[in-house]
Ligand binder design. Structure first.
Ligand SMILES: Nc1ncnc2c1ncn2[C@@H]1O[C@H](COP(=O)(O)OP(=O)(O)OP(=O)(O)O)[C@@H](O)[C@H]1O
Ligand SMILES: [Mg+2]
Length: 228
């Protein structure tokens, strides 16, 4: 198993108001799975994703990644874990506006300390993988929304993560572009075996996944493989 949670819980405490955003979440994500997480607004989807990435501390339960228990990790251990194993794709693309597509994709490689020439080759390779090899020198604003999201996906793949966490990656895209991005994620999953956990509002987007998890009020109410 790639990732397992055991009775994972997250309670937000604001003065005298507390919100149980996740309760007793038991999840198993297989190596190579493409899991679509659905659920109403406020059900805890983003909280789940951030907790799995160590960006929020759970208030209960455990997380195991392959053979490693993560919940006792220090911030530095989490940072190194994320860097080695995770990629992130967000709804608003979060590209650096004054850097070209290639430079945006290069950022994680710079942090990893790889050599300049290798970075350039690798970034181009990744842009080609998402179908944007000819747009390497474009700034984000010179690309369509769907293309910007593909650059963000290329960047998420830079360190060959085992798991990509995507929060509403098609939320800001019109249906045709959304489909392109879903197809790209599906292909990456099928061809490279990258596991994906994708949060989505859209039942249609959820059908792109190999597995489906439905959350309501912080509880997993359904988790199943879905037919291809
Ligand atoms: N920092 C916070 N402090 C207090 N409560 C929070 C905080 N962040 C989220 N919540 C609450 O936790 C619950 C789950 O929020 P979360 O953002 O995980 O939902 P979501 O499923 O991602 O919703 P959406 O589909 O609208 O993005 C909500 O009730 C929300 O109001
Ligand atoms: Mg959310």
């Amino acid at each position: 198993m790639l990732l397992t949670t055991e009775n994972l819980g997250k309670r937000y405490q604001r003065r005298d108001v507390s919100v149980d955003a996740l309760r007793d979440v038991n999840l198993e994500i297989q190596e190579n799975a493409f899991v679509a997480v659905t659920g109403p607004s406020g059900s805890g989807k983003t909280t789940l994703l951030l907790t799995l990435a160590g960006l929020l501390k759970p208030t209960a339960g455990r997380i195991r990644f392959r053979d490693t228990q993560l919940e006792g990790f220090s911030d530095a251990q989490w940072a190194s874990f994320r860097h080695k194993n995770l990629g992130f794709v967000m709804q608003n693309f979060s590209l650096v506006p004054y850097l070209s597509a290639r430079e945006n994709v290069t950022l994680p490689l710079v942090i990893a300390g790889s050599k300049g020439k290798q970075q350039k080759t690798r970034a181009l390779e990744l842009l080609e993988r998402v179908g944007l090899g000819d747009r390497a020198d474009h700034l984000p604003r010179e690309l369509s929304a769907g293309q910007q999201q593909r650059v963000a996906i290329a960047r998420a793949l830079a360190n060959e993560p085992a798991l990509v966490l995507a929060d509403e990656p098609t939320g800001n895209l019109d249906p045709a572009l959304a489909n392109d991005v879903l197809k790209l994620l599906g292909d990456l999953n099928a061809e490279h075996g990258t596991a994906i956990l994708m949060v989505t509002h859209s039942p249609e987007a959820a059908r792109a996944g190999t597995h489906r998890v439905h959350i309501e009020a912080g509880c997993v109410v359904e988790a199943a493989a879905q037919p291809a």
